[in-house]
Each structure stands twice: as C-alpha cells, then as structure tokens.
Write a protein that binds this ligand. Structure first.
Ligand SMILES: Cc1cc2nc3c(=O)[nH]c(=O)nc-3n(C[C@H](O)[C@H](O)[C@H](O)COP(=O)(O)O)c2cc1C
Length: 238
C-alpha cells in the first residue's frame, strides 16, 4: 500500500515536471517570438508613377531586395504602388472632397504608421525635371505626419528617381523629395558607396525594362543597402 502511494506520488511529480517543462518551453518560444517582432524593422517603398509595375516600381523592388539582404531575419520590406490610387492633393489644403470623390491615402498612411517602420524609400519618375504629380500629391498629404507631432521624426528616408534620359533631371527630382522629407525631421540618406551620391538615379531607355540600366540598378541596390544599414544602426563598410 505504502509502495503504491509512493509510486503514485512519483508519477504525479514526473507529470508535473513534464507539464512545467512544456509550459516553460511555450513561454520561451513566446518570448523569442516577441523579441523577434520587437526587433523587426520595416522598410517601405512608395512608387509614385501612375504606371503600375513600370520602371519606378521595378527599380524600387531592386532597392528593397538589397535592403532586405542586409538582415533577412530582421528586415521586412513592402512596396506600395500609388498607381491606380486616388490621392486628392487638395485635401492637404483643407478643400473637402466633392460628392462621390474617393481618397485612398488613409490606407497608405496606415501602412506608414506601423510602429516597426524604420525607413521609407520614395520613388518617382522624372516629369519635366521634377517629381510626378502623383508624388507631389503623396508628399502634400504626407504632411499629416508632421502635424501628428512629427511622428516620422528620426526615421530614415531615401529617394529614387527614374528618367527617360540619362541626365533628365533625376537629381533635381530627388532633391525636391528629400527637401520634403527634411520637413518631417526624417534622416535623409543617399545611395551608399561606391556610387555614393544623392540617391538612386536610373534611366529608362524606352524599353520600360529598368534592368537594361546597369549603372542605375547599382545605385538602386546601393540605396537599399545604405538605407537598411543606417536603419539597423550599422556603420557602412561598403
Ligand atoms: C509628363 C512626362 C514628363 C517627363 N519628363 C521627363 C524629364 O523631364 N526627364 C526625363 O528624363 N524623363 C522624363 N519623362 C520620362 C519618364 O521619366 C520615364 O519614362 C520614366 O521611366 C517613367 O517612369 P515609370 O516607368 O515608372 O512610369 C517624362 C515622362 C512624362 C510622361
């Protein structure tokens, strides 16, 4: 009888130990998952061409791939294409929507409000030596983050521009977008070395296939890498 009781107590203790080991391992897995999501960084690229999937979007996809390669476990990337979206710029000036007019900006803004957001890369086609109208509408509406207590302050900003000429105003377009990002206390960075200049500057030779511009693609990769390294707090070792 006494032996039977001891055996039962022993088996109970073994069961309790196994149960607590399982609970501990679940807790450890939860903690690891939480730590991973806490340390995750998000880099979002916004393609401001009205033409979906064309050269600006292609170049940004290359840029994001290079950004992700810096730390695939920690960095999450997303490409948002504004093509096809309605971004009424006049709302930024307080002019109300007309009856039936729609506004897709709030959905874009929600993605940029993700607390994990570390960096934004804005890509614009060059239109008459400046940014596209869609890009300007985006920038004007983006002003809401400044009014929201500078909520993007300290986040990284990179800029990419694609023109139909090799030197068609890419740097001018890049600079005007960068100036807007500075108004948000964002930390503006250019493409990393060895190309190291104002940002990614690409040339669409008319084929609408950005891979034909080897140099431009290199600047897109260097921008993505540099944005990610700065966002991760790493020194750029080239
Ligand atoms: C209205 C308009 C103006 C343009 N102005 C310029 C320009 O000033 N400089 C330039 O290099 N390319 C210019 N382009 C060419 C575009 O920048 C080029 O085709 C670019 O690849 C378009 O980007 P996407 O393929 O993402 O639409 C212009 C195109 C349009 C439609």
């Amino acid at each position: 009888m006494e032996a039977d009781l001891s055996r039962r107590r022993f088996m109970g203790a073994v069961g309790a130990t196994a149960a607590s080991a399982a609970a501990l391992s679940t807790l450890a897995a939860d903690a690891a998952e939480t730590a991973k999501s806490n340390s995750a960084l998000k880099i979002v690229a916004v393609a401001c061409s009205p033409r979906k999937g064309k050269t600006t979007a292609q170049a940004l996809a290359i840029c994001l791939e290079a950004a992700k390669a810096v730390a695939p476990e920690r960095i999450e990337v997303e490409l948002i294409e504004l093509a096809g979206l309605k971004i009424p710029a006049e709302l930024a000036a307080g002019v109300p929507l007309e009856d039936g007019q729609t506004d897709d900006f709030p959905a874009v803004a929600a993605k940029l409000s993700d607390p994990r957001l570390a960096a934004i890369v804005v890509g614009t086609p060059v239109y008459f030596a400046g940014m596209s109208a869609l890009c300007k509408a985006f920038i004007d509406r983006f002003g809401m983050f400044r009014r929201d207590n500078f909520s993007l302050s300290g986040k990284i900003a990179g800029v990419l521009a694609v023109g139909g000429s090799r030197n068609g105003g890419q740097e001018l377009a890049i600079q005007s977008v960068q100036a807007a990002m500075l108004c948000h206390e964002m930390l503006v960075v250019g493409d990393g070395r060895p190309t190291g200049h104002f940002g990614a500057r690409l040339w669409n030779d008319g084929s609408d296939d950005i891979s034909t511009d080897a140099f431009g693609v290199t600047t897109a990769k260097n921008l993505g890498r540099h944005v990610a390294e700065v966002a991760m707090g790493q020194k750029n070792t080239g």
